[in-house]
Design a protein around this ligand. Structure first.
Ligand code: PHE
Length: 454
């Protein structure tokens, strides 16, 4: 039996809900809880959020449908999927390969932030947080972690280790179960926290901030919102395609993708409605940057009865959310090597993980003093960590999105699309219009504006 047959014959999701949980597990992660609130803060709130939501509905959702569709029809990992459905066209294989590389880059720095969550989980267990409610003490705690080369490398190592062990064992089955329970628990906790935040004095101001107008919105904010829609829904690099390839014939793509997109967006908006009331209530800056969640959450939760336990649960779930996303990131290059080059899973997963681990070093030491920290910051104008995040989310993912939409819109046959998008003619027409025209044109326009060409 070839690897390909081997992969598809028995390796399907146990249930449709299992797929939704795993794909939502990929989508819901640090992007929603760590990154979305802080970039919303930096881009001035309301208009950024509105633009982000429009991107989710008109770009993200159709692209998710397109990606899952290519995976489901081809039953293959990205490069092979493009190749199979395009009569081995080299050009399309290159598009698929860019996705694989993007996954590498993203996981290299994602693992560093996930390492921060592990460190905070560790602090929650060992009661290592400052006493009292001085925001400065919590800000200092984060800064000392951010700058510490030793801690960053240690936690990056631990996180990559855990991710690798899970991917070595195969994604389905184990992941389905972890994701199902993890997602439900995370939702429950976030609802609880949102209720708590709504009682804080800063709540009305934060509603105004998240849903009102903002003066800070520029074309580069637009590109950031667009790129983040891709990042948050795990699009543009083949993760959803790979997960879609484990779907069975009978599974309905449109309904499953709707559930995933709604879950992801709810968590992102929910995270803002948890974090900003705390921020405004204690007089912190909404534009505080990457430390926002790491400063605000401990500060607020430790004021509550049983605060230590709440904090532990929060960072446990955040680490879990990061893990289910990281697994999907590592699964893409792994599935590629298994599928396209016939490697064994253990060989493929460990080689990819080792490379990503090394690539993560400069990100891990970005906050430090040496060449890889301060030095590169002088040369690049921003840290290595910020540079790879900027390039991957704002440029590589949307470019991958253009690739997949052109592929599905123009290269797949009418029958192939119709079979998957099927029963409702109006929905088919809308989705195909968005995929063929609106998405590529809108992404290119936003990119040109952000470059200052238009
Ligand atoms: N969607 C994940 C998050 O929001 C990150 C991710 C990006 C995962 C791309 C897979 C692919 O944290």
């Amino acid at each position: 039996m070839t690897n390909q047959e081997n992969r598809t014959a028995s390796n399907h999701w146990r249930s449709t809900f299992g797929f939704i949980a795993a794909a939502a597990g990929s989508a819901v992660g640090l992007g929603n809880i760590w990154k979305f609130p802080y970039i919303t803060g930096q881009n001035g709130g309301g208009t950024f959020v509105l633009f982000y939501l429009l991107c989710i509905v008109f770009l993200g959702f159709p692209i998710m449908v397109a990606e899952v569709m290519v995976g489901k029809i081809s039953q293959s990992s990205p490069v092979r999927a493009y190749s199979r459905l395009s009569n081995q066209s080299r050009l399309w294989q290159v598009v698929g390969s860019i996705g694989v590389i993007t996954g590498f880059v993203i996981l290299s720095y994602y693992s560093v932030v996930a390492g921060w969550t592990l460190h905070y989980l560790f602090l929650s267990i060992t009661k290592g947080f400052p006493q009292g409610s001085q925001p400065e003490a919590y800000a200092d705690l984060f800064t000392s972690l951010y700058q510490s080369v030793r801690l960053n490398i240690w936690w990056h190592t631990v996180f990559m280790g855990i991710t690798t062990v899970i991917v070595l064992r195969g994604v389905r089955g184990g992941i389905e179960r972890v994701a199902e329970w993890g997602m439900i628990a995370l939702f429950g906790l976030l609802v609880g926290l949102a209720i708590y935040s709504s009682t804080l004095p800063g709540f009305p101001t934060s509603l105004e901030f998240v849903f009102g107008q903002s003066a800070k919105f520029t074309w580069s904010s637009a590109l950031e919102a667009l790129g983040h829609a891709f990042f948050s829904l795990s699009l543009g690099m083949g993760a959803m395609l790979t997960y879609g390839s484990y779907l069975q014939r009978r599974d309905n793509i449109v309904t499953t993708c709707t559930a995933i997109a709604i879950a992801d967006t709810t968590v992102a908006i929910g995270a803002c409605l948890i974090l900003f009331p705390i921020t405004f209530s204690v007089g912190l800056e909404p534009a505080a940057g990457p430390g926002l969640v790491f400063i605000n959450i401990p500060l607020a939760l430790l004021q509550l009865p049983f605060g230590q336990i709440w904090l532990l649960v929060f960072f446990l779930l955040l680490s879990l959310a990061a893990l289910t996303s990281a697994i999907s990131l590592l699964e893409v290059p792994t599935a590629f090597l298994i599928d396209s080059l016939g490697w064994s899973r253990s060989m493929a997963a460990s080689c990819c993980a080792a490379l990503i681990y090394l690539l993560g070093f400069p990100s891990a030491v970005s906050g430090g003093e040496g060449f890889w920290g301060e030095g590169l910051k002088q040369i690049l104008g921003m840290t290595w960590f910020d540079t790879v995040d900027y390039l991957a989310s704002n440029w590589l993912l949307p470019l991958g999105g253009i690739g997949i939409s052109l592929f599905v819109g123009w290269r797949l046959t009418y029958q192939q699309r119709k079979q998957e998008l099927g029963s409702l003619p109006w929905l088919y027409s809308i989705l195909v219009f968005l995929i063929r025209w609106l998405i590529p044109v809108a992404i290119v326009l936003v990119m040109l504006h952000a470059l200052g060409v238009l």
